[in-house]
Every structure is written in structure tokens, then in C-alpha cells.
Design a protein around this ligand. Sequence first.
Ligand code: 5GP
Length: 194
Amino acid sequence: MQCNVMEGKIIIISAPSGCGKSTIINAILAQGDIDMQFSVSATNRLPREGEKHGVNYFFLTDEEFKTAIKQDAFVEHEEVYPGRFYGTLKSEVERICSAGHNVVLDIDVKGGVNVKRMYGNRAISIFIMPPSVEELRRRLVSRATDAPEVIEERVGKAEYEIGFAPQYDCRIVNDDLAIAIADTRKAILDFINA
Ligand code: 5GP
């Protein structure tokens, strides 16, 4: 599946959970000076506090997610955690591309590598790294949105995900948030303006 409009480029951003990826993406979107829009994914997980349907995700039931797969509604979809599915909707990518905008995808490492392979030079893949796995555990604990066993699951997953970083076009370490935002912005601008 391709974008209809040649100008629309794909910006893939992946990171282990708790590395500040959403904060970085939202900060860049809020600055409002880069022509890019967030592609809202579908998931069968439940909303976290403050998350809204159609804004953070399209929250689907297991049945609805299965039906969407059957209807070929996804560019890609992955079981990121056991039983928890996430997918990039063709309708979202098409809506943004056909209006001539660049698209931002916040997706996991397998989805990121797959989408980069699909779109080649029309996509940039950016991996946000934690300064260390220990620092990541500390951040997840202080975020206090997940139970201790979920945090351990995420830390284990992070170690696995960091193994995919060499396959990304660009790696940014989020040690200082302001610097990470600036570096990510620069990578996106250089790519869009190339
Ligand atoms: P969370 O549940 O913390 O919002 O997201 C968990 C993971 O799912 C994150 O790594 C996020 O990037 C990934 N994710 C979100 N949407 C998609 C998607 O559409 N496709 C894939 N492959 N991963 C996604």
C-alpha cells in the first residue's frame, strides 16, 4: 500500500516503552511548524487514564480487531504483547497522505522495520533509546501507570527491542529531553527537506 500523493513522507518512530517517545512526538507536533500528522493506530488494549478513542488510539474489541484484519484494514499489525494487538490503519495513512501531509507512525520495532522495508526512501525510521536499561526501569516506576510485573515485562521487552536499533536509519538517546526533542526534530526536518 502506497500513499497517493508523492510529497507525503513517512516518519517511523519506535522506542522501548518509557523512553519518552510520545512526549517527543507530541512536543514536535505541538510546535506546529513541521507539516506532519499523527497516524492514530488501532489496538485491542484498554484505554489508560486520559486516553481518548480516535485521539491516542482507536480502541477496538478483540472481535473488532480480528474483523479489521480480515477486511485488510491494516498497513501492518503486530501482537506487541501477548494478546495485545496494534495496527497501522490504511485509512489513517491514506487520509493524511492524500491531503499532502507527512505521516508520523508511533509503532513497535517489528512494525517499524516492516514499514521501512515497504516504503524505502520515502520513509525515515528513528529509534529513541534510553540512556540505559536501569534508567528505563527507574522512569517506568516513577511514571506509576503500570503494575510492578508489567514494568518488569516492559524492561525485558526493552532489551529485546534495543536489539533492533541498528536496523533503524537513526538512533537518538533520550538522556536530556530537550536535546532529544531537538535531535529528533532535526532528523525529521533533514529528511523532509532532502
Ligand atoms: P502502548 O500500549 O504503550 O501505547 O504501546 C505499546 C507499543 O505498541 C509501543 O511500542 C507502540 O509504539 C506500539 N504500537 C502502537 N501502535 C502501533 C501500530 O499501529 N503498529 C505496531 N506495530 N505497533 C504499534
